[in-house]
Design a protein around this ligand. Structure first.
Ligand code: PMP
Length: 385
């Protein structure tokens, strides 16, 4: 066998460096559903890491819909959408999502990552420009970079800085790309003012609503929350978070959607999601519409956590969403606090660079939690301060 050590040495050194900086990542295997609880290493933990904001990932109606679709349509879709993988549940879901969002047309994707690759690459090329908030999700940044357009970033939610960059641009096609709810800070982008800028500079406005869909605007997401509409808005939401399923939707003008269907490589060149996943999402939409109590429960939990931490040494951010990060001075402190909570049966993710600029505990709340769960977390945090 030939010597491969020259190939592996830089990887081993890189991993050692990550270890030293407390940045090496490992999986924890979960032996149960990830709902209110998660079974990890033989221990039942209260789960404050999931993006299952409405508690739908463990709702029996979703699993039931998946089982019915599995027996009817089989496990795999068999091909990409444009070959023979576009089954009835995919079509019904796209139509239902468009209607639910109040937008004329929609296209579903196997994951949010793929949707974020699709839109910038299908709309932009060399000589064009994309304007992106510094705290946008990594998948959106990847899509912007892959498009080969000028990648112009502006400081978080600084719309004066964005306006200056738009003013200075002579790009042919301009796209403003933002997270509607920032995934690691939990705050909102000011969509009304962003739309005004998009109109003034004749740009597309692309919104990643991964964390707003199902939660804001009576479940219809950030467009409903802000009460805005325009053909230049391209709306994206992921379906693996509040919807408790998997995949993503891009919705907007029918011409745009048909263009994506014809031009978006991450739509065309990948196997369509299993039809049972589309059926699961359809069942989720029923509950997102019908169960407003889930959002009310969530609102109460957010308030309970925030008022419970007021007056402690913990620094919360300006977030009204189920994403409630606590900023910490360094990676070691973030890890130690997450570890101490884990020992007490509470699972909270420590998020470190490069995912975020500042280390933090990212607490996520869910309608699946009970008030007593929030109290347990508060007690442990106060004990550890
Ligand atoms: N956008 C945002 C803001 C996200 O938080 C995520 C998921 N972490 C994605 C896109 C990617 O979605 P998916 O997990 O469906 O690939």
């Amino acid at each position: 066998m030939s010597d491969c050590s020259a190939l592996f040495a830089p990887l081993q050194q890189g991993l050692a460096r990550l270890e030293q900086e407390r940045l090496r990542r490992r999986h924890r295997v979960v032996d149960s559903a990830t709902g209110r609880f998660a079974l990890v290493e033989g221990r039942q933990l209260l789960n404050f890491c999931a993006n299952d904001y409405l508690g739908l990932a463990t709702a029996p109606a979703l699993a039931g819909a998946a089982q019915v679709a599995l027996s009817r349509y089989g496990s795999g879709s068999g091909a990409s959408h444009l070959v023979c993988g576009h089954l009835r549940p995919h079509q019904t879901l796209a139509e239902r999502l468009a209607q639910f969002l109040g937008l004329p047309a929609a296209l579903t994707f196997a994951t949010g990552y793929l949707a974020n690759l699709a839109v910038p690459t299908a709309l932009l090329g060399r000589g064009d420009a994309v304007f992106a908030d510094r705290l946008n999700h990594a998948s959106l940044n990847d899509g912007c970079l892959l498009s080969r357009a000028d990648f112009v970033r502006y400081p978080h939610n600084d719309l004066d800085a964005l306006a200056r960059r738009l003013e200075a641009s002579s790009a042919r096609v301009r796209l403003i790309a933002v997270d509607a709810v920032f995934s690691m800070d939990g705050d909102l982008a000011p969509l009304d003012r962003l739309l005004a800028l998009a109109e003034r500079y004749d740009a597309w406005l692309y919104l990643d609503d991964a964390h707003g869909f199902g939660v804001l605007g009576q479940g219809r997401g950030s467009l409903a929350h802000w009460g805005i509409a325009s053909p230049r808005i391209i709306y994206m939401a992921t379906l693996g978070k509040a919807a408790g399923s998997a995949g993503a939707v891009v919705a907007g003008d029918p011409v745009l959607i048909e263009w994506l269907q014809n031009r978006a490589r991450s739509y065309i060149y990948t196997t369509a999601a299993p039809p049972a996943v589309a059926a699961t999402t359809l069942a989720a939409l029923d509950l997102i519409e019908a169960d407003s109590w889930r959002r009310e429960q969530l609102r109460q939990h957010i308030e309970r956590l925030r008022s419970g931490l007021a007056g402690t040494c913990y620094r919360l951010m300006d977030s009204t969403t189920p994403i409630q990060p606590i900023l910490l001075p360094d990676n070691a402190t973030a890890l130690a606090l997450a570890e101490a909570l884990f020992e007490r049966g509470l699972w909270v993710a420590a998020i470190r660079p490069p995912t975020v600029p500042t280390p933090r505990l990212r607490i996520t709340l869910s309608a699946a939690h009970e008030a007593a769960d929030i109290d347990r977390l508060l007690e442990a945090l106060k004990d550890l301060q």
